[in-house]
Write a protein that binds this ligand. Sequence first.
Ligand code: F6R
Ligand code: MG
Ligand code: MG
Length: 365
Amino acid sequence: MSEKITLSVIKADVGGYVGHSSIHANLIETAKEKLSIAAEKGILIDFHVTRCGDDLELIMTHEHGVDAEDIHKLAWNVFVACTEVAKKLKLYGAGQDLLADSFSGTVKGMGPGVAEMEFEERKSEPVIIFMADKTASGAWNLPLFKIFADPFNTAGLVIDPTMHEGFIFEVVDVYEQKKITLSTPEEMYNLLMFIGAIRRFIIKTVYRKDGMIAASASTQKLSLIAGKYVGKDDPVLVVRCQAGLPAVGEVLEPFAFAHIVEGWMRGSHNGPLMPVAFYEANPSRFDGPPRVIAAGFQLCHGKLIGPRDLFDDPAFDGARRRANEIADYLRHHGPFEPHRLGLDDLEYTTMPQLMKKLEHRFIPE
Ligand code: F6R
Ligand code: MG
Ligand code: MG
């Protein structure tokens, strides 16, 4: 019998503890309470609540499909309830990512980040949920390319006949609100031309050529929704693994290289994305450097068996050490590019206000 289930990861920063470095346990508890009520009522099959830095992460399984109003409303209500708790404790930036006054059908475009996929649960269904803090949507472009299109990363692309055909990438232009579908390996160079521009072109979904969904990423850009800087997107990503898809180890492998992403202090700096164990996902140094955690689950009739803390492995120590070295090196640049983002990239920060203030002081040279 086939079982169609939906895996929804919906996240928001609704209050930091201390500053933007982490989250208070009461928020996690409140979210768990609310989601257990939903599970008892049968709205959810199962759920897991966690956090990465100051972001509250709701991992949910259900049978309502993607973009389901009931599920989005549930997540929104959880974030509202957690905001109340954050306000009571005067936590930092309470309700930060709730950009709308009330719920209207979907959390999309309202602040929270969403990665969802509906699929038939396979005989065994290993999934990895990546969650990042202090970085922007687009941070997954490089690892997703490596996982699904780089034979130097994913041995299965060469060795496993079921992967030989390659994969299809759906890429969103977040500035123009358009999307394009590109097929690898044939269109690899076209794909790279777009996804190398991580601020504008963001990989949203990856499919196998037989149509099977393999990965889904959050693509919301808080700055474009709010028209100003309100915090970083802190994206999430869901990847299915094994048996004709990249193996767990192939999916984790790109993170052994701490690639440079935008975010970090005031969302205005480039820095390395450091893979860490759950307990180390508390970006403190210069509000960073950016972090990523990987939660592994086996799905069992929609139940989330797990998580396994997949970066809790000394094999990622090298990446962490390297990330710290890169962080030191970049920090020495202080307010200079390329540590600080370029002027165009600072468009949605407080920088334009400052520029405006000094505009009249410029005279012809
Ligand atoms: C980055 C982030 C922090 C804040 C910084 C200033 O995503 O959230 O680095 O930008 O701590 O915060 P405010 O302006 O709230 O004092
Ligand atoms: Mg915050
Ligand atoms: Mg955050």
